[in-house]
Design a protein around this ligand. Structure first.
Ligand SMILES: [Zn+2]
Length: 222
């Protein structure tokens, strides 16, 4: 183990330093001395060594990119400051980057971030749940419903369409008509996220093949 670390540290510390000195050499007089502690390469080498020794399995500097499993805490508000959703007080949200597990706008903002990073992201509807589609709002006769007297604004129900099942919400009622809306409840809404990256790890081959996370916070297969 000691031998392994010693040889690794030789490669990381000494080898780049040699390269660095060679690059700098032409710009310095022959007798100029470069203090290695003042070179960035030296400190990158120290950081690399620490990563290898202290974090064999978890890399604190692992950046978010495609096929990374990412854990985040988040709070979501609309432009009026209303809190729409939050992971605070619960387990963090765990998702697989680059597999459309979360809205594209948030995925874009998280790309390149690392454990401990905090960010605020304002995401336009086009990069979130889309704009409101007026064609998905329809007025239908109340007597087409099985129990027309029990209907209330806010009720949701599923209908079969050519494109698959669709969730409709009742948004208005008259004595004779029911207004139903097939838009996502957050369609047309600009989303403001407060995010903290809790953990970043590489996904397993199986997770990448399935397109989702397994284990804590992820999918559980029978
Ligand atoms: Zn799976």
């Amino acid at each position: 183990m000691i031998n392994a670390i010693t040889s690794i540290s030789f490669v990381i510390l000494v080898h780049p330093l040699k390269r660095f000195a060679q690059v700098l050499k032409p710009a310095f007089p022959e007798n100029a001395k470069i203090n290695p502690v003042n070179t960035p390469t030296f400190w990158y080498g120290i950081i690399d060594l620490w990563r290898i020794m202290a974090h064999q399995d978890k890399d604190p500097f692992m950046k978010i990119e495609k096929d990374m499993v990412v854990s985040i805490h988040y709070t979501l508000t609309d432009n009026d400051g209303n809190q729409l959703d939050s992971s605070q007080g619960q387990e963090p949200l765990v998702y697989l980057q680059g597999h459309q597990n979360i809205i594209p706008g948030l995925e874009d903002q998280l790309e390149g971030k690392t454990t401990g990073d905090k960010l605020t992201a304002t995401i336009a509807p086009a990069d979130a749940y889309g704009e409101v589609n007026a064609e998905l709002v329809q007025e239908v006769p109340r007597n087409q419903f099985q129990e027309p007297d029990t209907l209330q604004v806010g009720m949701q129900f599923q209908v079969g369409t050519e494109a698959g099942p669709m969730l409709l919400a009742i948004t208005a009622l008259t004595d004779d008509t029911v207004t139903v809306d097939g838009n996502h409840p957050l369609a047309g809404v600009t989303l403001n996220f407060d995010v903290e990256v809790v953990e970043v790890r590489a996904a397993s081959d199986e997770e990448i093949a399935h397109g989702h996370v397994h284990g804590p916070g992820g999918h559980h297969h029978d």
